[in-house]
Design a protein around this ligand. Structure first.
Ligand SMILES: Nc1ncnc2c1ncn2[C@@H]1O[C@H](COP(=O)(O)OP(=O)(O)OP(=O)(O)O)[C@@H](O)[C@H]1O
Length: 345
């Protein structure tokens, strides 16, 4: 007999087409409450749905005193469930120094890179992480602070490529109740209490304050806004995909030493400004460049009114030559963190 939360997650997996028979899922387990709950919930469903699970722990090298206990916790939980567990080490300090990132940012990127390597090593086709509805509300507020646009404010997706978030509609309190009901223990990550991180202050101070003094439904309101924006976002993505080939030509493969792309000015000018902006952003990403807002504005201006023969130099070798009918983009190999992330919308 399935626990009510297991039934809910079974429905979510089906309804959102997150996972089905034959899937081999690497589950990111930090040893904390959310990800251990995810491991147990998926384990309860694996027989019925025919899933293979692998528990993956990433050692960020940031809290050497706590990580052995966390890894032991993950290994033990996986062993009890008859699931293989694997571990990877992520070089967070090195990445932060090399790319001038905050430790928090570098940890996230390094973790996904390490999990990506484990996916390939383990022959998995999906990566499951345990973001909850509370994380989503927190993330949206955080993105609002950072001045995020529509895409950012539409929040995390339940499915993004091979990444799935089966708990995204589940409140953390439900997970804690589930763990309690099942008598499952978990580790506490002390970095979640560190108020030097804005995310933690939002979770520990701001959201409770907003709930208590302003509106008890603030989390629901944030989630509703994000859900509405996601729909708009999907529509814009569809519109962009439908027009992409009429405007953009990849002249030299994105994998080449210096990828070159051409943007056709005439069909581009016929697009709505919102689609123009999105298309330029996507084109820069496609080439592997970071799509900075001021760069996007400069390219837009060049496409609309740029003088034939002029050039834009957008840093790190990213160059845009203005021709009469087109803009020609060139970008040398290996300069951008987004390199090769996507070749088409
Ligand atoms: N060290 C790690 N190893 C493997 N997966 C991780 C690790 N840290 C986080 N994750 C995965 O990424 C998800 C989101 O990470 P985040 O840091 O936002 O959550 P968390 O507060 O650590 O969650 P949890 O309560 O599961 O520990 C986690 O729920 C988990 O699935």
């Amino acid at each position: 007999m399935l626990h009510p939360l297991e039934q809910t997650i079974r429905q979510t997996l089906r309804r959102e087409s997150l996972a089905g028979a034959g899937d081999r899922i690497l589950v990111g387990v930090s040893g904390g409450a959310d990800s251990l709950a995810l491991l147990h919930l998926l384990a309860a469903l694996r027989g019925e749905i025919s899933l293979t699970l692998i528990a993956a722990y990433v050692d960020h090298g940031l809290r050497p005193k706590e990580t052995p206990a966390e890894w032991a916790c993950v290994q033990e939980a996986a062993a009890v469930l008859g699931i293989n567990s694997v571990r990877a080490v992520a070089d967070v300090h090195g990445r932060a120094a090399r790319q001038k990132l905050s430790l928090e940012h570098a940890a996230r990127e390094a973790r996904y890179q390490a999990l990506g390597a484990l996916i390939r090593q383990q022959g998995a086709n999906l990566l499951a992480v345990a973001h909850t509805a509370d994380d989503q509300a927190e993330e949206i507020l955080l993105r609002l602070f950072r001045g995020g646009g529509r895409k950012a404010l539409s929040g995390m997706r339940m499915r993004a490529g091979h990444l799935i978030r089966p708990l995204l509609a589940t409140r953390k309190a439900m997970l804690l109740a589930y763990l309690r009901d099942q008598g499952i223990g978990y580790c506490h990550d002390s970095s979640n209490d560190d108020r030097r991180f804005l995310r933690n202050r939002i979770r520990l101070d701001l959201l409770p304050l907003l709930e208590l003094d302003y509106d008890p439904g603030i989390r629901q309101a944030l989630l509703k806004t994000a859900a509405n924006l996601r729909e708009d976002e999907d529509l814009l993505e569809q519109l962009l995909a439908a027009r992409w080939e009429a405007v953009v030509t990849i002249e030299q493969a994105v994998e080449a030493a210096c990828p070159i792309a051409r943007l056709d000015r005439s069909p581009f000018r016929g697009l709505h400004p919102a689609l123009q902006r999105r298309l330029v952003e996507r084109l820069l990403w496609t080439l592997g460049a970071v799509a900075r807002y001021d760069h996007i504005l400069a390219v837009l201006e060049a496409a609309r009114h740029g003088r034939t023969g002029s050039e834009l130099h957008l840093g790190q070798g990213l160059r845009v030559r203005v021709r009469r009918d087109s803009l020609e983009f060139s970008y040398p190999l290996g300069k951008g963190p987004w390199r090769g992330r996507l070749a088409r919308p």
